[in-house]
Design a protein. Structure first.
Length: 133
C-alpha cells in the first residue's frame, strides 16, 4: 500500500483572522480591567492613608485649638507629598458648639478624592468656662 502524501500543516487564513479578531476584542477589555484594578488598589491605599492623616490632624487641631483661628489649609510635606488638607469650623444649630471638619485631598490617576472627618467642639475655650487651674 502506498501512503498518501501528508498535506502541509498550518493555520488557514480564516483561522488567523478569527484569532486576530478575538485578540482585538479581548485585549482592550483585559487592559481596562487591569487599569481599573490598579486604580481601586491605589485608591484604597491612599484613602486609608488620608483617613489616618485626617484623624491625626483633627486631634491636633482640637488639642491646640487651632480650629479657632478660622479656616486653615495646607499641604503635607515628606513623606506625605501629594496630600493636602483643610480645616473648617461652622456653627452648630444646637448649644454653643462648632462643627470642626478636616478634609484631606489626594489624586489617583488624574481623579481628585477627599476624605472628611468631623466632630463637635465647644465654642468656648476652657479658660472661659472656668475649667483651667
Amino acid at each position: 500500500m502506498r501512503r498518501q502524501a501528508d498535506r502541509p500543516r498550518g493555520f488557514t487564513f480564516i483561522e488567523i483572522l478569527a484569532a486576530m479578531l478575538f485578540m482585538a476584542l479581548v485585549v482592550p477589555v483585559a487592559m481596562q480591567g487591569l487599569l481599573l484594578a490598579n486604580q481601586v488598589t491605589q485608591r484604597a491605599t491612599r484613602m486609608r492613608q488620608a483617613g489616618a492623616l485626617a484623624e491625626r490632624l483633627l486631634n491636633e487641631a482640637l488639642v491646640t485649638e487651632s480650629w479657632r483661628d478660622g479656616d486653615l489649609a495646607g499641604a503635607f510635606g515628606r513623606p506625605w507629598e501629594g496630600y493636602d488638607w483643610r480645616i473648617t469650623s461652622q456653627p452648630w444649630p444646637e448649644d454653643t458648639m462648632r462643627l470642626v471638619t478636616v478634609e484631606v485631598g489626594y489624586q489617583v490617576q488624574d481623579q481628585r478624592f477627599v476624605e472628611r472627618l468631623s466632630t463637635l467642639a465647644s465654642e468656648f475655650a476652657e479658660e472661659d468656662a472656668g475649667l483651667s487651674e
